[in-house]
Design a protein around this ligand. Structure first.
Ligand code: ADP
Ligand code: ZN
Length: 522
């Protein structure tokens, strides 16, 4: 089966091999499984449903929210010799009739649809009379209220499937989904025993920065001056802000364009095309810009204002470096912008109280991103439930270059083994004393000064050691019991450090003093 899929990939699309995730997903679709595939933008989702669509008997329906994109997709497919079509509100009556006729006689293999179409009785009747191979749902997170881009019309999809009165395979695709949204997609689309494929969210070629307390305009000008030749995107949260930045940067004679929903369609198209062709270097835009835009050489994405959640941020920032070459993602953080976002949530009359709370929580997580001093990439990946995380990436602002980082694994092992020796009976205070080699009545009474770990870290300063133990606890390398006399205990993560499977790397300036550390006592 996969052999045939590979031949289509080569002969029709001209690609030599599937990407790792594509192969898994294509295989799943061909095995007639329901699918939930989470793959990054640019990961190549389209092929995952198009190729099985060509292999199966009957027509494949692709539900997509972006009317503007459907035509492009279909044109591309037609150019490849694939009989694809779309139905949405942009079709004239004649085009619509012709499309319907082609479907009826089985001439169309892949049909793109706006979800609004699905409940038209005429359309349902037509669909009842044809052989549907499966339904692919693109941007599937739009069905979830917990996502960042809920679209009511997506709720028509399960109703449509029900109306067909038969079992139909469904494959859902999205680029961003937290575990909660994933569950919701499975639930709302009623996916049966789905094969879930979650591609790593990590985009190793991107580096992340948060700039606090900068004058945004000055920062942007300095940045653009340093990066004159690079294509980039600057996101701002309102049209007004976009207009303002645009005029301001134009006066300073930078090569800029702008994009927001308040411009006419021809203006938007014009700017977009110029940007795609590198005739304009920098696009200044609201979040209306970008969905489906395939410009691979974007070298930076600057957010002038904090976006409403990490989903939006990562999706927008992720438009940098799609060609695999380095990309910089910079968030300019100002407190007033948080207030603006809160105001947007508060004033949104469509949101019920429960949803408002949920939005606030998401905003909090976004604000938190701007305030942490640990690895920014780790923070993002954790948020999206990616399990393959290190606590140090080396290419974000908070763990910038390798020389800023120090390996504290051995010291951590000493602390952990001390805690192991006393079998989780002591708190941080006494553990610190033991490691510092300090005696008190309790230590003498319990013979703790006879432990092999006694005085093992006496080259540390006391507050430094306390801080380190707190750090290990807060990062989950130690468990702390509740109650008035909390004791420290080892857990799974402690053992992986003790076994040397996990390392403790920290930024130098996070650690209080380094003079002592440099001293090789052991
Ligand atoms: P997505 O929908 O996930 O954002 P697309 O399906 O638009 O991604 O694919 C992104 C780009 O990658 C497209 O230019 C596509 O032609 C290219 N592509 C997809 N699969 C492959 C492959 N197996 N080999 C080479 N290029 C591919
Ligand atoms: Zn990092």
């Amino acid at each position: 089966m996969l052999g045939k899929a590979r031949r289509i990939l080569k002969n029709t699309y001209g690609y030599d091999s599937f990407r790792y995730g594509q192969e898994k997903v294509v295989k799943g679709v061909l095995m007639k499984r329901d699918i939930l595939a989470v793959m990054p933008t640019g990961g190549g989702k389209s092929i995952c449903y198009q190729i099985p669509g060509l292999m199966f008997k009957g027509i494949t329906l692709v539900v997509s929210p972006l009317i503007s994109l459907m035509k492009d997709q279909v044109d591309t497919l037609n150019n490849l010799g694939i009989s694809a079509a779309f139905v949405n509100s942009s079709l004239s009556k004649e085009e619509f009739i012709k499309t319907m006729r082609n479907i009826r006689v089985g001439r169309t293999k892949i049909l793109y649809l706006a979800p609004e179409r699905l409940l038209s009785p005429k359309f349902i009747n037509l669909m009842k009379s044809v052989d549907i191979s499966f339904i692919a749902v693109d941007e599937a997170h739009c069905i979830s209220q917990w996502g960042h881009d809920f679209r009511k019309s997506y709720l028509e999809i399960p109703k449509f499937i029900e109306a067909l009165e038969r079992n139909i395979q469904v494959a859902a695709f999205t680029a961003t989904a937290t575990p909660k949204v994933r569950e919701d997609i499975v639930d709302k689309l009623n996916l049966k025993n789905p094969l879930a494929y979650v591609d790593g969210f990590d985009r190793g070629n991107l580096s992340f920065y948060v700039e606090k307390g900068e004058d945004p305009e000055k920062y942007i000008i300095d940045y653009l001056e340093r990066n004159r030749r690079k294509p980039g995107i600057i996101y701002a949260s309102t049209r007004k802000e976009v207009d303002h930045l645009y005029s301001y940067l134009r006066i300073k004679s930078f090569s800029v364009g702008k994009y927001h929903a308040g411009l006419s369609e021809s203006e938007r198209k014009d700017f977009q095309e110029k940007f795609l062709k590198d005739e304009i270097r920098v696009m200044i835009a609201t979040n209306a810009f970008g969905m489906g835009i395939d410009k691979s050489n974007v070298r930076f994405v600057i957010h002038r204002n904090i976006p409403r959640d990490l989903e939006s941020y990562y999706q927008e920032a992720g438009r940098a470096g799609r060609d695999g070459a380095p990309g910089e993602c910079i968030l300019l953080y100002n407190e007033e912008d948080v207030g603006t976002q809160e105001y947007f949530i508060d004033m949104n009359e469509e949101l019920e109280t429960k949803m408002k709370k949920e939005r606030m929580k998401k905003l909090d997580a976004m604000v938190n991103y701007a305030s942490i001093n640990t690895c920014l990439r780790e923070y993002i990946l954790k948020y999206f439930g990616d399990k393959r995380i290190k606590n140090y990436c080396g290419s974000c602002q908070n763990c910038h270059v390798a020389t800023d980082v120090v390996d504290l694994t051995v010291d951590a092992q000493k602390i952990l083994s001390c805690i192991g020796r006393v079998k989780g009976s002591l708190g941080g205070f006494t553990i610190t004393k033991i490691l510092m080699g300090e005696k008190d009545k309790k230590i003498e009474r319990k013979d703790l000064d006879k432990l092999s770990t006694f005085g093992l870290l006496r080259h540390y300063k006391k507050d430094e050691l306390e801080e380190f133990i707190n750090y290990l606890t807060s990062e989950g390398y130690l468990d702390q019991s509740a109650g008035s006399y909390p004791v420290l205990r080892l857990n799974e993560k402690s053992f992986s450090v003790l076994k040397g499977e996990d390392g403790i790397l920290r930024k130098k300036n996070e650690v209080i003093s380094f003079d002592y550390y440099e001293d090789p006592l052991f």
